[in-house]
Design a protein around this ligand. Structure first.
Ligand SMILES: NC(=O)c1ccc[n+]([C@@H]2O[C@H](COP(=O)([O-])OP(=O)(O)OC[C@H]3O[C@@H](n4cnc5c(N)ncnc54)[C@H](O)[C@@H]3O)[C@@H](O)[C@H]2O)c1
Length: 357
């Protein structure tokens, strides 16, 4: 059996995937450029355990560097590429659309060209639920129209799916696009709501809540996502798109209440307007993945949250407060804002510098 190349291996999903593949006895090469979107030291820590395993090799490099990618594929046969590397996140993509297009589209084309040239049999592409845009029809099915993305990030993911189809058609590459629905769990990206909120609540700082709390997300536990990715590698054929979600959307205000319970602390709410680019809801119809991949998401939200909080509290012993500081500067604009606890008391918060992304 040849190796599996995982791009974005040092990230949240990538590091979990590499760990699972190595545990299954597979040989894995991870490619990552330790992009500074969040603290690269966090990404290095994600790989600490893996780097002690002989079945795992890390290459520090950029997916846009065709020479670097070719040198990996030239050394030993690779059966499958799982292409997770990307600039992730909806809101930052509005501030940096060209950067997102460059990495997420041009970078994907570099990976596809390399897959073609080196006869890699299978290619798995990390797409996103954001491709569904603000469609009112739920749950979202793979057959729904996704021609109306509402952020540059979402547009790059839709473009990635289209390019994957082109390579599948032209060169017969087996191609699977996986639309992940808000993934959470240990090592979750610090910019994502659960992680961001948990750190701010722990620090006794206000959490920014966009809109009235009725926004819904189909939070999907990392282990369930990894089950789906591994099944997609094993069953990759033709050109297919699958939703990987939990199919149980949770309202933002319910998420906050559950997080308060898991942390044993009360959140201070900093009510903010809805953000451009954010969709109102996500809700996966996973029946195709159930049927074709044997995908069965099984983690109850409260259990997943408890496991995340357990991890976060252990992780805090490594943290010097840098991530929480970063979050604050990402979060607040220059204005003074009124914040409230969930029981309606108000706090005055100081401005914490300009929005950094
Ligand atoms: N986490 C989610 O909820 C979610 C939801 C939908 C889709 N996705 C997609 O899943 C993938 C993984 O997401 P994640 O949450 O693990 O993000 P992440 O930011 O933790 O991981 C992405 C990794 O890619 C690396 N990377 C970025 N640009 C690179 C480049 N030019 N060359 C090489 N490496 C590069 C980063 O350093 C990072 O380690 C992404 O494609 C993301 O768009 C994630």
């Amino acid at each position: 059996m040849g190796k599996i190349l995982v791009t974005g291996a040092a990230g949240f999903i990538g590091s979990h995937l590499c760990q699972r593949l190595v545990a299954q006895g597979r040989q894995v090469v991870g490619l990552d450029n330790f992009d500074p979107f969040y603290d690269p030291a966090v990404k290095r820590r994600n790989l600490e355990q893996l780097l002690t395993d002989e079945s795992f090799e890390l290459i520090e490099g950029d997916i846009r560097d065709a020479g670097c990618v070719a040198s990996i594929l030239a050394r030993a046969p690779v059966d499958a590429i799982v292409h997770l590397a990307a600039k992730a996140g909806v809101r930052p993509s509005i501030a940096d659309p060209t950067g997102y297009m460059d990495v997420n589209i041009n970078g994907t084309v570099v990976m596809l060209e390399a897959a073609k040239k080196f006869n890699v049999e299978k290619f798995i592409f990390a797409s996103s639920s954001s491709v569904y845009g603000n469609t009112p029809k739920v749950p979202f099915a793979e057959t729904d129209n996704v021609d109306y993305p509402i952020s540059p990030y979402a547009a790059t993911k839709k473009a990635g799916e289209l390019i994957c189809h082109t390579y599948s058609h032209l060169y017969g590459l087996k191609m699977t696009c996986l639309r992940f629905f808000t993934v959470y769990g240990p090592r979750q990206r610090p910019d994502l709501a659960i992680h961001k909120f948990a750190r701010l609540i722990e620090a006794g700082k206000p959490i920014p809540v966009y809109g009235d709390g009725s926004m819904r997300r189909d939070f999907t536990y990392i282990d369930d996502i990894i089950d789906g990715v591994v099944a997609a590698i094993d069953r990759c054929a033709g050109y297919e798109i699958y939703n990987l979600g939990e199919s149980r959307p949770v309202r933002l205000d319910v998420l906050i209440a559950e997080l308060e319970k898991a942390l044993g602390k009360t959140a201070i709410i900093d009510r903010q307007p809805e953000q451009p680019g954010d969709v109102f809801q996500t809700y996966a119809d996973v029946s195709k993945a159930v049927r074709c991949l044997g995908y069965h998401p099984k983690t109850q939200f409260t259990d997943g949250l408890a496991r995340f909080v357990h991890w976060l509290r252990n992780e805090s012993s490594y943290d010097n407060g840098y991530v929480t500081q970063q979050l604050q500067s990402m979060t607040y604009g220059k204005r003074d804002s009124q914040s409230e606890t969930r029981d309606g008391r108000t706090n005055q918060t100081k401005p914490a510098g300009p929005r950094s992304r």
